[in-house]
Design a binder for this molecule. Sequence first.
Ligand code: NAP
Length: 532
Amino acid sequence: MSTEYDVIIVGAGVAGLYQIHKIKEMGLKVRCLEAAPKIGGTWYWNRYPGARFDSESWTYGYSFSKELLEEWDWTEDFSPQPETEKYLNYVADKFDLKSSIDFNTMVKSAHFDEKESLWNLTTEEGKKYTCRFFVPAVGILSAAVMPDIPGVETYKGISYHTHKWPQSEVDLTGKRVGIIGTGATAVQIIPEIAKIVGNLTVFQRTPNWCTPLHNKKIPKDRMEQIKKNYDEILELCTQTPGCYIHSTDPRSTFEVSDEERTAFWEKLYAEPGFGIWQGNFKDMLTDRTANTMMSEFLAEKIRGRVNDPILAEKLIPKDHGFGTRRVPQETGYYETYNKENVQLIDINENPILEIIPEGIRTKEGDIELDIIIYATGFDAITGAFERIDIKGINGKELRELWDDGPVTYLGVLVADFPNMFICMGPHSGLGNYTRTAEYSVEWVSDLISHAVQNDKRNVQTSELAMDEWTNHVLSLGEGLLMNEIGSWMTGVNRNLAHKRKPRIMRYSGGHPAYREFCDKVKEDGYRHIVFS
Ligand code: NAP
């Protein structure tokens, strides 16, 4: 069976849902193919205990509909996963998006037909689709990675990757639980489940610099006030580098007195959200000494919160400075290690040898477990693309082209892959997800609209444009301490060490500059994009 559409979107997460809405508004024939049985993407899959936003809820919602902003009440500053999933379903129902989605549909391949200027998509089940414009909105953290530890498949107990947490209730009460990983996901789940499990063993390879989230309930009257202020809040988000409400402090770490500096950091530590990362001194992420001073401030905080000084030292990162990896935001994370039922195993001292039917075998002995949780992260940013066999002109493979790192024009187009418009992929301005996704969706929609209105069937960029943009992205990343360390932001998941070196994956010039660039390309009649 072959079905013809003007546009096929892959993925019904935050970006894909809005993309459906925009294409429907244009009166084009659209279909969205979604691997999950329901909408939500990240917010469908990551339903582990403690999963919640780390952007303020009232900055994360869609802004394209004033009515929607008025109708929806967030109940917490950092919305928990069930509420976010409910919100996305509310949006999907309000704008009748679900009828445009084929669920349980995993795209296996997408091949460009040069003669017809069409994309042919095939699903895992063998169903075929044809479309003029192919929009992958597959997410940046959607290809989960299991650890490369021998014996994973031999385990006889229950095990979950946090990204594939089951729909049904998981009863952890009184259970012996082990968790591998200490990234942002683990930092959310650990304090939550430590309250109910019998025993929790955390297997840590690299500690991260975690800062307090300070989540609060939003009473009705405050939500009313937020609604009145939406224009200013959303405008503020357009001005900051990451589209959060937090903006880099214009001062340098060294131009203030020691007392002023400490008072500023104390203030940031006591405030909710990413201010301590995104609103810190301007040189905190570029000047090594400034970064070390900030890291020492936080190390003292950890020492002050963890009773056992040896354990506290294990929880302090030694191989990277604060903010050079994405900052996990925590609620009682460090105090969790003061509980009697929680143990930390530093696997650098006591390595995991293998997973055995009863639990985890370490160098120092076996740990019997009822449940193993893998919080081992993602093949970020390009991983979800690699799962699809994407072929452009002359059968050119996207996987192969991106083998040494992604190359794109504006993070949207790839030469020799005409009519493919990536929504929120590598090299685009990433940050507060919905804020940045809305811009990308609108830019892609305008591009499609331009092609359709001018009766053009083929939209492509050149290798030269792609090289120029890629070099621009790479040069912006130079000098940033963030790009020196392996993390998902540099495309590194150590389980995939065989295929990945740290690489610059994100546009790091700040979202306002990204928008300015892309707006100008559009104003100039889509510079470096050929419509035929
Ligand atoms: P992650 O940051 O990549 O963390 C994965 C963890 O697993 C790391 O601690 C890693 O250790 C460990 N690990 C992987 N393989 C291992 C192995 N074989 N043995 C031992 N340890 C292993 O992934 P994540 O925690 O899922 O977070 C990814 C991103 O998702 C976050 O940075 C954030 O952007 C996003 N996220 C957002 C929220 C939110 O609040 N909205 C919540 C959760 C996640 P190494 O560091 O040593 O490799």
